[in-house]
Structures are given as C-alpha cells and as structure tokens.
Design a protein around this ligand. Structure first.
Ligand code: 6PG
Length: 248
C-alpha cells in the first residue's frame, strides 16, 4: 500500500502564483533538509513551466534565504544535446538561476551528454547518484517534475516499456515523441524513493492529462506519470486553475 495520504494538490489562480508557491516550498524544503542532514539534494525538471520558479530562486528575498553552499543540483531528465545547445536543460537552469546564485561548481551535477553513448551516460549518472547518496539509498530531498499532455513525466514517455519498467536508476531514452528524441531520465525506482516530489503543471492543454493521472484508470503504459507513487515521501501537485479544471 503506497502512502497516498501524503499526496496533496494545490490549485492557483495562474502560473505566476503557482511559481511563487513553488519557490517558497523550495526554500522551506532546503532549510528543513540542511537543518536535518546538512545538505539539500534536488533534481530539476525541464520544460517551460518551472522557469518562472527558477528565476524567483535567484532573486531577493529567496536567494538570500537559501544556504546555497549546501544545495546540490541534479536533473530528473536531460536532452542528449551539448551543454550549450538551446535544448539543454542544464543550459536552461544556468540561464534561469544557476549562474546567478552562490552555488559552488562542485554542487552542480549535470548529466553527461557529450563523448559517450546514452547508455554509458545513464550508467555514469547512476554512479554519480550512488556515490553522492552512499552509504544510503538514492533518496532526493526534492524531485521537481513536469507533465506532458500525453502523460509523460521527466523523459518517461507513453509506450516506452523498457524505460517505464527499468530496474536501473537512470535510463537512456530513444525515440521520445517530444524533441529531441534522445534523452536520459531518472526512473520510477529513484523518483519513488524521494522525500518530496512536486509536479508543476499549468495550462488548459494539460487538464485532460492531469485528470487521467490523478483519477483515471491506471494504465502506466499510456499515462506514465501515474507511476509516481512515493514509497515514503510527500507528493505535491501544484496546478493552476486551467490545468485543474477537469479534476474532480
Ligand atoms: C523536458 C521535460 C519534460 C517536461 C514536460 C513539461 O523535456 O523539458 O523533461 O518532462 O517537464 O514536457 O514541459 P512544459 O513545462 O514545457 O510543459
């Protein structure tokens, strides 16, 4: 029995209000994690939705409220492109907040995308995670996720059974329907061990997927985001009104 009592949904007027709440929650979780165990590990989401939140983290007053030297940044997924490619999620994070905050370079843990195969890059990132969290299991303080209107999350896409059921912590992805087709992604094995997962979802075009994932019949192959079921953590859905209007 999964810990569904800890699943929560909050609905905001618009993406701006949602972004403020997400940034505030980031600050709060960072403080709690640093107080509890000396550091805060977070895996970032890609897409356009979290960008407002990321910018808020780099601005006053939140920038000063975060103990950046004890924050460790990872990625929930990455597009298999060079770090300076406009599609790079590492680049997006650099441009929205990483370049503006006093974060030691050693605390940034991007997925490698150059000079190795996607399979080798996935294995390498699995090693990075294992070493960072050793001697414990891979348990992020926070994983941020987005939702595609086809039901994907991170880079776990519909119909991609090998990725959906992967026993590895990180999987290579080929033929993703959302470009670019080659990607790397954390798998459910890691996502579901997190202490906190927050979905950030806005816009009417996501409403049907939100309803399916939250209350539709379970079909992981068609709606991979249904696979997010935390073993012992808090799952929080931050939705704007447009994305939430189908939710019962
Ligand atoms: C990416 C993400 C992907 C994203 C969703 C939502 O490819 O950028 O990994 O999972 O979070 O597709 O994207 P939007 O926020 O742009 O709708």
């Amino acid at each position: 029995m999964k810990n569904n009592v800890k699943n929560q949904q909050r609905v905001f007027l618009d993406p701006a209000a949602l972004s403020v709440a997400a940034a505030d929650r980031f600050v709060q979780l960072a403080r709690q994690a640093v107080a509890a165990h000396g550091r805060f590990s977070v895996a970032l989401a890609g897409g356009s939705t979290p960008q407002k939140m990321y910018r808020l983290l780099a601005q006053s007053p939140r920038q000063e409220q975060i103990d950046w030297p004890n924050v460790h940044i990872f990625w929930g997924d990455e597009r298999f492109v060079a770090p300076n490619d406009p599609d790079s999620l590492w680049r997006m994070a650099r441009e929205t907040f990483l370049d503006e905050v006093p974060l030691p370079a050693a605390n940034i843990h991007p997925m490698a995308t150059v000079g190795l195969t996607p399979a080798a890059a996935a294995a390498q990132y699995a090693g990075t995670l294992a070493r960072f969290f050793a001697p414990g299991p891979i348990r992020f303080d926070l994983i941020l996720l987005g939702l595609g209107n086809d039901g994907h999350t991170a880079s776990i896409f519909p119909g991609q059974t090998a990725v959906i059921t992967s026993p590895e912590p990180v999987a290579p992805v080929t033929d993703a329907p959302k470009p670019p087709p080659i990607r790397l992604t954390l798998t459910f094995g890691v996502i579901n061990q997190a202490a906190n997962v927050i979905f950030l979802v806005t816009g009417e075009e996501k409403a049907a997927a939100v309803a399916q994932v939250l209350s539709g019949e379970r079909d992981l192959s068609q709606w991979p985001a249904q696979g997010v079921q935390l073993e012992n953590g808090r799952l929080l859905w931050l939705l704007d009104q447009a994305a939430a209007w189908h939710v019962a």
